[in-house]
Design a binder for this molecule. Structure first.
Ligand code: PMT
Length: 400
């Protein structure tokens, strides 16, 4: 499965560093070329010679220990990687990655690589739950870094809790899954809408909603990881837009309709995660509206439904709609799927804790023309995105 793949394995200084030897060995057995970079502290737990023997390559610890004069080793390794794995990742290396520090071979190479990065954290349970660590991991997650969450159990420090490096077999499975899914949407043009629309009342006031953009951004990032050519059409969003994705900024529902229709003919898959305003002010004042009467009325007119318009114009495109519901989820979702001519519809019950607007997690039910396909429990929006795209890829493959 990993034949021909180059994996750079970064080992940072925690007791779980010894488990990285098993990861290195299993990756080699799966056919990968493995290059190991260790931090100085990692060498206190396990000798570089172990990794050198298992990987059959020099292990680099010191940025200035250049063995081959024809290359700069941190750039060479950064460029060579098909995937960069950091296992175990301590709180320290996670913080350096999040904030762009480059003060040793591992952090410098991580900063120089454009390869996807997979991080397997391992640390004391209280460190893992520290707000600084959580914020750093979130920052990295928003940038598209993949995580293999630590397991729960007896920790080397004596505590019982979450923080134990996931077993090497599971980490290698995650790596194999990454490469297996990487090509699933290869060659497909995917258009994702995200965020909320802004409907102007006057130059300083507008109507909008609570969409942060997180769900749409996670889908765009997951589609990119699966090899798609992704375009993101974004309204108002508070979350971090994933770098390296073609992005079109819009304001109103009408702008979003234009941006989507302009690209629709040249698109294979459209995923409409944006929260589009159903109504807009009938008129937008060109000057700031002055305070006068005790009450004021703003007349609203209906926006064109973008998803429905796409459904009417679709030829070969695969269309995924979203539905933000608070009651009768199945009924409303299936009605929207049929009315808007979608191939799949993702419903989130936004009245539930952890689902919908603003959260890092979601709880969704996915439907096709025959009814419910998958009911997913609470999970990160990144994982929801991945599970949704697996459904899309499976259906597209059948249709090819
Ligand atoms: O951005 P986050 O904070 O991560 O939150 C994610 C989310 C809750 C916004 C997302 O998961 C979601 O549910 N998006 C759809 C929200 C919505 O507008 O639902 P709706 O049921 O009103 O609309 C149904 C579908 O029609 C949606 O795909 C919507 O994009 C589309 N629509 C709606 C109105 C309109 N004028 N044009 C449309 O295309």
């Amino acid at each position: 499965m990993l034949k021909g793949k180059t994996i750079v394995l970064g080992v940072s200084g925690g007791i779980a560093a010894y488990k990285a030897a098993a990861i290195c060995s299993k990756l080699k057995q799966s056919g990968a070329e493995v290059y190991v970079i260790m931090t100085e502290s990692a060498t206190k737990f396990i000798a570089p010679l172990t990794f050198q023997t298992l990987s059959r390559h020099d292990v680099i610890v010191d940025t200035f220990d250049e063995k081959d004069a024809s290359v700069v080793s941190h750039i060479d390794l950064a460029d060579r990687a098909d995937l960069f794995v950091v296992a175990p990742a301590t709180a320290n290396i996670i913080a350096k990655m999040a904030h762009g520090l480059a003060d040793d071979m591992l952090s410098t190479t991580l900063l120089a690589t454009t390869a996807p990065v997979l991080v397997a954290p391992a640390m004391n349970v209280h460190m893992y739950e520290h707000p600084a660590v959580i914020a750093n991991m979130k920052l990295l997650g928003d940038r598209g870094v993949l995580f293999v969450e630590p397991g729960t159990g007896q920790l080397a420090c004596g505590y019982v809790g979450k923080g134990r490096l996931e077993e090497p077999e599971r980490i290698v499975e995650a790596i194999e899954r990454y490469f297996a899914e990487k090509q699933l949407l290869h060659g497909k043009k995917v258009l994702v809408t995200a965020g909320g629309t802004v409907e102007r009342i006057d130059p300083v006031r507008y109507l909008t909603n609570d969409s942060s953009g997180k769900m749409g951004f996670a889908i765009a990032e997951a589609a990119r990881i699966m090899g798609a050519d992704v375009t993101l059409v974004v309204g108002k969003a508070s979350a971090y837009i994933p770098p390296g994705i073609r992005t079109v900024r819009v304001q109103s529902a009408e702008d979003m309709l234009d941006a989507v229709m302009e690209r629709f003919g040249d698109t294979d898959i459209v995923i409409k995660a944006a929260a589009v305003a159903d109504y807009r002010p009938a008129e937008t004042a060109t000057q700031k509206i002055k305070k006068k009467d005790e009450a004021m009325t703003i007349q609203l007119v209906k926006n064109k439904d973008i998803l429905q318009t796409l459904g009417q114009h679709k030829t070969t495109q695969f269309i995924v709609g979203f539905a933000a519901e608070t009651e009768n989820i199945d009924e409303h979702a299936l009605d929207k799927l049929q009315r808007k001519n979608c191939d799949l519809l993702v419903a989130n019950d936004v009245s539930q804790e952890g689902a919908g607007f603003g959260y890092d997690t979601n709880i969704v039910r996915i439907y096709d023309g025959n009814g419910l396909v998958e009911a997913l429990p609470i999970m990160t929006k990144q994982e929801v995105a991945r599970r949704l795209l697996l459904q899309v890829a499976e259906r597209i493959k059948k249709g090819d």
